[in-house]
Design a protein around this ligand. Structure first.
Ligand SMILES: Cc1cc2nc3c(=O)[nH]c(=O)nc-3n(C[C@H](O)[C@H](O)[C@H](O)COP(=O)(O)O)c2cc1C
Length: 374
């Protein structure tokens, strides 16, 4: 369950956070959720439409100690929906990995947790944070913060169904200014949650405003399990400040890592900005892995948003990204990228050689071949 050591390319650099409030933190210090050891204090956020295996494996290489799947519908699992079951694929170099489930029926959540365990995940994560109407109107996601008793019954059912540790990711509450997380959090821990992640924005806020990590500090003082701080962690300085001022066990990084694994390396104490060749090589590797995972057709549209994420940030002129998005096949995008940064092919070769072959752990009962790529 413990990830291979030294996965962070900059792992030998200093990672000691400054003393603040008498607490000294080392981002490379292992910690644990239940019995699962996590080698660094950096967690890669679950993001729907983003957190494919290629993203998670990249996150591990750049220093994340724990990665998470995107939210997986328990209704989809129950109905054996092909695409949903595809989210339960686990590669051998992803561990430790959390698979996140969402739903509102404790029985269905428990059943899904057993599937997650069988799929080879290390932690079952429950989503009490999704603010999207399509999810909240079914009584799932952030809406459960308005019904603490029901939220606790879900956690109890899931914790009773699996031997894996159960973690919960939540928002501060549904309405602006809400402090529901401080009421709900301790209840969830009593119901069996081994860790809590807090994104201290309200569901109504979606992604506007700022994450109020003073709530994270309050939550830490109320529970005796590790708390992970999520929201607006974009740099090493910010990560250190949030760890030091909240007492959180770890920080979680989401949007800053989209097309930018170097943000993770920077947080771990390494250099932040890559060369153009490194950017193109990582993008090409990501594209190849995603094609293997999703199949060429799905990957073609899935990847379009990543071109801007990788090539933006002043790394390449804006029209270049627009040109790539218009190209009809991934093969043509590859050719164009290599023409723009010829040195990238050598970097890519070295990356692929270091990765080697990876076995996937698959559920016997799933017709995995139909997902393509595998
Ligand atoms: C595109 C996108 C998809 C997300 N999907 C999920 C999800 O599936 N499950 C979840 O718990 N949070 C999800 N989140 C929230 C993130 O995990 C994270 O809590 C939030 O983005 C704040 O962190 P950040 O400022 O580092 O991005 C998503 C966020 C984004 C931007």
């Amino acid at each position: 369950m413990v990830a291979p050591p030294g996965r962070c390319p900059q792992g030998d650099l200093a990672t000691i956070a400054p003393m603040e409030n008498g607490r000294q933190l080392d981002l490379l210090e292992p910690w644990a959720i239940g019995g699962v050891e996590i080698p660094t204090r950096l967690v890669l956020a679950p993001m729907a439409g983003v957190s494919v295996q290629a993203f998670r494996r990249q996150g591990r290489r750049f220093g994340a100690g724990l990665v998470c799947s995107e939210m997986v519908s328990v209704a989809g699992i129950r109905h054996r929906n092909e695409r949903t079951l595809g989210y339960l694929r686990v590669a051998s170099d992803e561990h430790p990995l959390a698979i996140q489930i969402f739903g509102s029926d404790p029985g269905a959540m428990a059943e899904a947790a057993r599937m997650v365990e069988a799929a080879g995940a290390d932690i079952v994560d429950i989503n009490f944070g999704c603010p999207v109407k399509k999810v909240t109107k079914t009584g799932a996601g952030a809406s459960l913060l308005d019904d603490p008793g029901h939220a606790a019954r879900i956690v109890e059912a899931v914790a009773g169904a699996t031997a894996l540790p159960v973690s919960v990711k939540m928002r501060r509450g549904t309405e602006n200014g809400s402090r529901s997380c401080l009421e709900v959090g301790p209840l969830l821990v009593r119901a069996g949650a081994a860790s809590l992640t807090l994104h201290p924005r309200s569901a109504r806020q979606m992604y506007t405003g700022t994450a109020d990590h003073s709530l994270t500090a309050e939550l830490v003082s109320l529970v005796d399990v590790p708390v992970v701080a999520s929201g607006d962690i974009t740099s090493r300085a910010r990560a250190q400040a949030v760890l030091a001022t909240t007492g959180a066990a770890a920080v979680m990084v989401g949007r800053a890592a989209q097309g930018n694994p170097w943000a993770l390396a920077e947080i771990m104490g390494g250099p932040g900005e890559p060369s153009r060749e490194e950017v193109v090589a990582e993008l090409l590797l990501f594209m190849r892995e995603t094609v293997r995972e999703l199949g060429e057709q799905r990957a073609t549209s899935f990847l379009k948003k990543f071109y801007g994420w990788y090539l933006g940030r002043g790394r390449f002129p804006r029209p270049f990204k627009q040109e790539l998005v218009m190209l009809p096949t991934i093969g043509e995008v590859e050719t164009r990228l290599l023409a723009a940064a010829p040195g990238a092919s050598g970097v890519l070769e070295r990356l692929e050689a270091n990765l080697g072959d990876v076995d996937e752990v698959l559920l016997d009962s799933l017709p995995i071949s139909i997902y393509g790529g595998g």
